[in-house]
Ligand binder design. Structure first.
Ligand code: BGC
Length: 371
């Protein structure tokens, strides 16, 4: 292992080559050690990921002048993440987003999950996949990758079945971070994995994201009630503040208090139903930040994307360099199945059975343009 680590450090000295650097990130309260892996490609982009929660600690991407800056919200240390963040950069599971009242019925049996969000179950419970230590295997190459594995025990947070999960982060040559998710189970269960990175393409997250220009390739969205649980019906975006089918400045209608859905979400905190069907990767969202020129394209094979505009950030979490992250200082694009699918017979199923393999891919690609 020592030789391995040495190799990583050697490679990192040559910035023109792709590689992986591994360092000890810190000690968890239970004494286990978490590591930090920095993947870098030949174009200069880096992705730092810890095996604690599979958290993306930083992602540096170039602006229109070639300046690399971090485009995520994050903490200065492992201790910061352990103390608690609203899922900055983290892998989310076993079920990303909400399950109403933390209950669902499968094959005639009702399961009770941990409730952690206004009486509902959110992002896998109080100790979801974002708070566990994953086993990491770095994979060297032109497109360096980090393979993370975790076995979620039968009954964990209330879910049935031992679930073997594998998530691979690959930093591609073309400045894209690909995330491949895979899972198998030994009992029927529900699965909906995602990543919860908070993006601010201006770099450094020093101001809000209201100037970001967003396109969502979705003609319908998923209306919610006051507790952010879907009503069960889909609604066309046309004629509503939820219409991002053309490039739209985020701040334009985010405070439209005449719109009930904006009111319930405190801004945008909804699932958009992605156009197109099938298992192939499709463009879900494009984000452009005009001052830096940075562009992010999100591709996925998932049926929906949760577009969350950091409405619950309130400055109480102090991030990198002691900087407080305030309301709407970031946006999330969480590719996933519809929220509360286990209780919504009309939504595509999230049930995974023994013998089946859950397999999905999402790619976040970064570039820049002049104006
Ligand atoms: C949810 C928000 C929540 C945030 C952080 C998002 O996925 O939709 O309502 O506040 O995660 O927990």
């Amino acid at each position: 292992m020592r030789d391995h680590e040495f190799l990583y450090v050697q490679k990192r000295n040559d910035r023109t080559k792709a590689g992986i650097e591994k360092t000890v990130y810190g000690q968890l309260p239970d004494g286990q050690t978490a590591d930090l892996y920095t993947l870098h490609n030949a174009a200069g982009m880096t992705a730092s990921i810890t095996n604690y929660g599979g958290i993306i600690v930083s992602l540096t991407t170039p602006d229109r002048n070639g300046k690399f800056e971090d485009v995520t919200l994050g903490m200065d240390s492992l201790a910061g993440y352990v103390k608690g963040t609203p899922y900055f950069g983290a892998l989310i599971g076993r079920y990303g987003n909400r399950i109403a009242k933390g209950k669902f019925t499968l094959d005639g049996k009702t399961y009770t999950l941990v409730t952690n969000n206004f009486g509902n179950h959110l992002h896998g419970g109080t100790k979801g996949f974002d708070k566990v230590l994953w086993t990491a295997t770095p994979v060297e190459g032109d497109e360096p990758a980090l393979k993370l594995t975790y076995t979620s025990k039968d009954g964990e947070e209330g879910y049935p079945g031992n679930l073997s999960v594998q998530v691979t982060y690959t930093l591609q040559k073309d400045n894209a971070l690909k995330i491949d998710y895979q899972a198998t189970t030994d009992k029927p269960t529900v699965v909906n994995l995602t990543n919860h990175t908070y993006f601010n393409l201006a770099g450094g997250a020093k101001r809000d994201i209201l100037d970001h220009v967003v396109t969502l390739y979705a003609d319908k969205f998923i209306p919610i009630d006051q507790t952010l649980i879907p009503t069960g019906k889909l609604q066309p975006v046309a004629g509503t503040p939820f219409d991002f089918t053309k490039p739209t400045v985020v701040g334009t209608r985010i405070n439209d208090s005449t719109d009930t859905q904006i009111k319930y979400g405190g801004g945008y905190d909804h699932g958009w139903v992605l156009n197109g069907t099938g298992d192939s990767l499709k463009l879900a969202a494009t984000v452009y930040e005009p001052t830096s020129g940075r562009v992010m394209e999100v591709r996925t094979d998932q049926p929906a994307v949760q577009f969350y505009t950091g409405n619950f950030l309130d400055g109480s979490v102090t991030g990198r360099e002691g900087f407080p992250y305030k309301k709407r200082y970031a946006l999330c694009l969480e590719t996933e199945h519809y929220p509360d699918s286990p209780n919504q017979p009309n939504f595509p199923t999230t049930v995974l059975k023994p013998g089946e393999t859950y397999k999905t891919t999402t790619v976040y690609q970064f570039s820049s343009k002049k104006e």
